[in-house]
Design a protein around this ligand. Structure first.
Ligand code: HEM
Length: 479
């Protein structure tokens, strides 16, 4: 009996020990082991996560980041969202390949707006071709061609009251409203180069800010009204709208790499997509820039001084090169956008991946999670930006450059990496053209209180209207 017990002990104990060690190895080291999953936000069962998320993703992150660190998961019914917050962990988000972190699933709702066969409804390689068609006109060497139009739009809008600021409709409704208005604009000819119909008015009565830098919606001419998008004429019109005259379109410009030409419906979808990508984003950034500038006693005089110097140097001419010299205005826009960038960027993980935090913790994020990062939160991290809630454009000035000092993905207003914004240079140019024109030609005064943030839309706008009073004036020149 004793011999049997000894045998059992000799064989059983090592087996038990081996199993225990294997379990520990599984728990702490093996991929997808529970111990290596990101911490999960504590919520009420079933609907708890949804209730938290509906209060606003940035509110969730603000509450959980100090407790859980830079990587954590929120259960949303049958979905899990894993947040990667801060440059230390978001590199994977921005650099991940499309086969690992895909946009198609999370941005699929856009297909209803853009139509089938466009951007998030096609393989990544086709999408890259489609972006190439759209962004050909946004290349640095083409940007100068847009400046005259930007100024013209500012003038045209300057004399008109326009609906500005975010809509309080839910996103999906807003999208279809965007689609309707974009479609109408396309039918009518988005970029009508008509002379401004009205010279500047003088508005002593407050008007909303800013003159909308989005496309104007001029009345259709008789031909345009009947024409719609048809045949060569419509394609030529579409090309004009993205900044190319048909004669200058190089062979194969709107052909896929396999030689297939684009269809009209694809061109329409891409134009609508470009409008959506660049319209509200730039408009809202222009509004925030104005609100910050007009209520800032230090930077408004500096920006005006810069404008006076430039008028002294170049006269009234404003072109691409002159706009590039507006460095203080550029930093003010960059800072307004740092404070008010898009709320959330999303992907879906199509494979498991690991991520290491700056504290050395390593997490395994499983496949099929929604992966999120938040420019609105990450752009205000205090270990990157001193006094992060303050409007301090000099943080981007030579000698400081806080964002560069902190490394890649420290300022993610325009996203970054593989899917970084393709229109950032265009957006800066447009907002600089708008504000330099307004400040050179008008004395503008903010008459409403500094706006609150409206967290209801993805591109965070202002709550209510930002009202300004303005009167014509010519900026005195500094020689
Ligand atoms: C202040 C203005 C703008 C802001 C804040 C902004 C922001 C962004 C952000 C954050 C992304 C990345 C989205 C993601 O990673 O999921 C993005 C992508 C993009 N943006 Fe912008 N954008 C602006 C203006 C524009 C303009 C004017 C255009 C074009 C005329 C444009 C075209 C695009 C395109 C085509 C992409 C997709 C790039 C890709 O997926 O590879 N954006 N933008």
């Amino acid at each position: 009996m004793e011999v049997l017990e000894d045998k059992l002990l000799n064989i059983g104990l090592p087996i038990l020990l081996t199993l225990a060690v294997a379990r520990l190895v599984y728990i702490f080291l093996s991929p997808r082991s529970p111990a290596r999953l990101p911490p999960v936000i504590a919520t009420w069962p079933v609907m708890g996560g949804v209730v938290r998320f509906l209060k606003g993703p940035v509110a969730v992150i603000r509450e959980e980041y100090p407790k859980l660190g830079s990587v954590f998961t929120l259960n949303l019914l049958n979905k899990k969202i894993t947040f990667l917050i801060g440059p230390e962990v978001s590199a994977h988000f921005f650099n991940g390949s499309e086969s690992d972190l895909s946009q198609n699933e999370v941005y699929r709702f856009m297909v209803a707006t853009l139509g089938p066969g466009v951007v998030y409804d096609v393989d990544y390689s086709v999408r890259l071709d489609q972006f190439r068609f759209c962004t050909e006109g946004l290349r640095a060497n083409k940007l100068n061609g847009h400046v005259y139009q930007m100024l013209l739009e500012t003038q045209w809008r300057g004399g008109h009251k326009t609906r500005v600021g975010p809509s309080d409709q839910p996103d999906s409704e807003q999208m279809s409203a965007e689609r309707r208005s974009a479609k109408q604009a396309l039918r009518r000819g988005v970029r009508s180069l008509r002379r401004p119909r009205q010279e500047y008015a003088q508005h002593q009565r407050p008007v909303p800010l800013p003159p909308h830098p989005g496309p104007p919606a001029p009345r259709p001419g008789p031909q345009e009204a009947q024409g719609g998008l048809r045949g060569d004429h419509s394609r030529a019109k579409a090309h004009r709208q993205i900044g190319e005259r048909p004669a200058a379109v190089p062979d194969g410009y709107s052909r896929y790499r396999d030689g297939r030409p684009t269809t009209e419906s694809e061109i329409t979808g891409l134009l609508i997509g470009t409008l959506i990508a660049g319209r509200n984003t730039s408009s809202i950034t222009a509004t925030w820039t104005g609100a910050h500038l007009l209520s800032n006693k230090k930077y408004l005089p500096l920006v005006l001084h810069e404008q006076r110097n430039l008028v002294g140097k170049h006269g009234k001419k404003v072109d691409h090169d002159v706009l590039l010299e507006m460095e203080i205005l550029y930093r003010c826009i960059k800072e307004a956008l740092r404070l008010h960038p898009p709320q959330l960027l999303l992907r879906t993980s199509l494979s498991d991946f690991s991520v290491k935090t700056s504290e050395g913790k390593e997490y395994d994020v499983p496949k099929d999670h929604i992966i999120a990062t938040s420019p609105a939160f990450a752009n205000r991290l205090p270990h990157i930006y001193k006094d992060p809630d303050a409007f301090d454009p000099d943080r981007f000035a030579p000698g400081r450059e806080d964002d560069k000092a902190a490394g890649a993905f420290s300022n993610i207003s325009f996203g970054g990496g593989r899917h970084g914004c393709l229109g950032d240079a265009f957006a800066y140019l447009q907002i600089k053209a708008t504000w330099s024109h307004l400040l050179r030609n008008f004395e503008v005064e903010l008459v409403s209180p500094f706006p609150e943030i409206d967290w209801k839309s993805m591109v965070v706008g202002v709550k209510g209207k930002v009202m300004v009073r303005y009167k014509r004036r010519e900026l005195p020149i500094t020689h």
